[in-house]
Write a protein of this length. Sequence first.
Length: 493
Amino acid sequence: MTHPQRTGLAVSALLVIGMRWSDRLIGLVSTLVLARLLVPEDFGIVAMASIMVGLIDVLLDLGVHVALIHAKDPSREDYDTAWTLRILQAGISASLIVLLTPLAVTYFGDSRVGPVLYVMALSVLIASSENIGIVDFQKHMAFGQDFRFFFYRRLAGFVVTLAAAWWLRSYWAMVIGALTGRVVGVLLSYHMHAFRPRLGLSKIRQLWSFSQWVLVRNIGTYVATRVDKFVVGGQGAAGMGSYTLADEIAAIPTTELLSPLGRVLFPAFVEQRDRGDNLLRSFSLALGVQTLVAVPAGVGLAMVAPQAVPLLLGDAWTMTIPLIQILALVNVVGAITHSSIYLLLAQGRVKALAAIAWLEPAMFLALALAFAQGADLSGIALIRLGAVSAGAMLFFGLVLRWTPDLRLSALIGQIWRPLAAAGGMAAALHWLPQPALPLMAVLALKIIVGAATYAVLMLALWRSARMPDGAERYCLQKIRILWADLAKRYSRQ
């Protein structure tokens, strides 16, 4: 990858990460406030309904936006066909949700799930009419517009959710807020993009040839990330609410770094897919950078959870501490494999991804059959950690097989130093004396010590390896450039 290309990718990545964090800050504040206003059962009711809706939705999700981004020069007919397929999918999904609601109520053993499912079915129908033209924001890497769309939609849902929670003190606040976000999203999509879709299926064969494997992969990915919650769902609304919120909190450090990177990496990899060496160099750098930042974020959360949970969520949620610690490690494993998904997707290996997506749920089911009987919530989380770890090793083996020019040494070279430094950070925090200080002060101390330990260990390991070209050098260069720019601006003032 040339220097200008690297710089452009870096600027795009930083822009999207910054925008994503701004967006996620709203979600985090919403979660923290709702945790104070509502109880675990409220979260559990919504989580139960969401699993049902998500399963039906993903069974019919053709991933038409992925097909449009992957296509080199999609026509208007491609966009119209994608929009029409999405509406048809939503209609079938909403009908199935309504028909299967009695079964869901019986399985979860809670009648409150029923009305929530009916509203969510309406929400699915509304969202399907969103302007398909906004796919261009990501396809053409117009991330400013992409951010504004998602930010305004999230902001509308945030305001309505908190107002309803304050007034109702009920799980209905989350349902109403989500519905509001969908409605605002539809209105914004037509306001922000001039494209006006029409009904039509003239390109269905071309889209289906790609999307059928995206569908298989999406189902596998959904099952992989929700199969543990189906097991937890049998333990009641309170257990479901605790586990779901713990999973959401545990995913924040890694997800909020990786999701924006994914929005940049996929179109960037697609652009470079015909430039073999450039693609692999871009992938290697992306793997190194995401491991460098996401691994310590996840491990750090696991280590500070005993102080962060009671301080931010309240004493009612202390049962989530061990869950957050385990599930944070689950997300660390996912962070390491993240960019490999976009590498294969950019190469059009959707069949391979479809096969890989089913590895983790298969592992989980095998482990669950052996160990899940009588397991508590922490036991189920440990089973998921084992499944994710085993699946990741198999995943990398298949990636190496399907990408002949990629070497195992290149993968290990990018990830071993962050893993070793994060392990050293965890050890330092584990043996750190616990002073008799307020909870906030202890949390701040652990964050400072953890960050400093990780930075020192990373630099030491990098220097001991003779400072190879990679994520460390890349990040240091960007820090120097940023520092020089800030110094120049300060000197002018």
